[in-house]
Write a protein that binds this ligand. Sequence first.
Ligand code: ARG
Length: 465
Amino acid sequence: VWDAITKKKDYGRLDIGKGKKVVVEFSSPNVAKQFGIGHLRSTIIGNSISNILEFSGHKVIKINYLGDWGTQFGRLLAGYQKSGRENLLLKDPINYLQKIYVKANNKKYDESAREWFKRMEDGDRKALLLWKLFKGFTMEDFKKMYKLLRIKFDAYEGESNYNKKAKELLEELKKKQIAKKSKGAYIIDLEGQGLGTVVIEKSDGSTLYATRDLAAAIDRQKRYKFDKMIYEVGQEQKLYFKQLFKILGMMGKDWSKNLVHADHGLYLDKNGKKFSTRKGSMVFLKDILDETIALAKKEIKKRDSKVRKTEFEERALKTAIAAIFYGDLKNNRTNNIVFNPKKFVSFEGDTGPYILYSYARASSIIKKTSVKEKFQVYDLEDKELELVKKISQFPDVVLNAEQNLSPAIIANYSFSLAQSFNEFYHVCRVIGSEQETFRLALVQSFRQTLKNSMKLLGIEVLEKM
Ligand code: ARG
C-alpha cells in the first residue's frame, strides 16, 4: 500500500507486455470527407487502448488506415469532371468535395464513377493527380484535428497503399482456389462457416475494401512481425472482420488467431436516435468541438471571471477535450452512448471536468507548501484509509483494463478515485494539521495517480480550473 504513496511517478507501470509488439489500428477516417462523429469513437478508444498497452509494457504501433481508395473516389472524380470548378474547390476544399460527392451519389453517375475508379486502379495519370489533390486537402484538415486532440500515429497507411498488393493477392487466392468465379466477379464462399460470401474482385477487375484489407494485414505482419493486431472499428463491421480473419486462416496464416476486432457501439443523439448520416446532414467533429468549447467557456467564466485570455482559451480547449473523451470512455465501448455535450461538460457528477477539477484542487494544496520526503504515519481516519486503498488499486485496474481492452475500467476508477479524494478533503484538514506531512504525501500521490489515469485515457490535466 505504501508503494502508492512513495513511488510517485511510475507507480503502477506493469511489465506484462514484455515488449511484445501490438499493432493498434484506429481512427481510419475517409478521405475527401469531413471528419465525422462516426470516426471520433474509434479515435478516442483506439488512442486509449494504445496508451494502456504501452503502459503495461507492450511495444505499440499505432496505424491510421485511411479510407483513401475505392469506388467512392471514382464517384468523386466523375462528379468533379462533370461540374467541378477549381476556384470553388480552392476556397473551401472539403465542403466543396462533399457537395460534389453528394451530387454524384446518384444512379446517373454509376457508369462514369466505375470508369474513373478503374482508371485510378490502372494508374491513369490524370485520375491519380486529381485524387492526390483531393487527398492532400483532407489530410491537412485531419492533421490539424489530431493535433488539437493530441492524438499521434506512428504511421498513416491508407487503403491506397494496397492497390498493387491487392492485385497480387487476388492471383494467389485464385490459384489456391480459395476464390471462385461467380457472375464475372470473384468471391470467397464462407457459407459453410455461417459467414456468408465475400466479393474480392469486381467483374471489371477492380479491387474491393476486403481485398485491400487482406493485403494490408499480410503486409503488416511481414513488416512489423506483430504478436497481436487490434482493429478499433465500429460494430457495423463485426461480420466483416470475422470474414477477414477467417479468410486469412484459410490462406494458412496462423497468426490470424492473433487478430482482434475491438468493436464499439454508436453515438446516439440527445433523443436517443442514431446520428443521421443522410445525405449532407452528417455531424462533424469540428462543430461538436466548437459547441463543447463554448459550453466549457461558460462554466469556466462562472468560476473564475478574471482568467486571462490565453489561459482561458487553453483551459476551455482542454476542458472540452476532457469532457468529450471522458463522456465516451466512461461507457463500455460496446454500448451505444448518448452524445450530450451539455452533460459531458458539467463540472458536477461523473464527468471529465469534475475529475480535472479534483486534480486542480489537489494541485492548489500542493502549491501552497512543499511536500516533504519523510512523513509520519499514525492511525488513519476512515476517509484517509479509503483514499490510500483506492490509490493502491491502480496497478490492478490497469491490468484489468489491459486484459479487457477496456478504457472504461480506467475511467470509472478515475471517477471513484476523485470522489475518494474529495471526501477525504471534506473531512481532513491538510495544511496546518498535525498530520500535515502525511496528508501532503497522500494528496501528492493521489494527484500523480489521477494524472496517470487520465493520461491513459488521452486526457491532459489542468493545474488550475
Ligand atoms: N475507413 C473505414 C470506414 O470508415 C474504416 C476502416 C476500418 N479498418 C479496416 N482495416 N477496415 O468504414
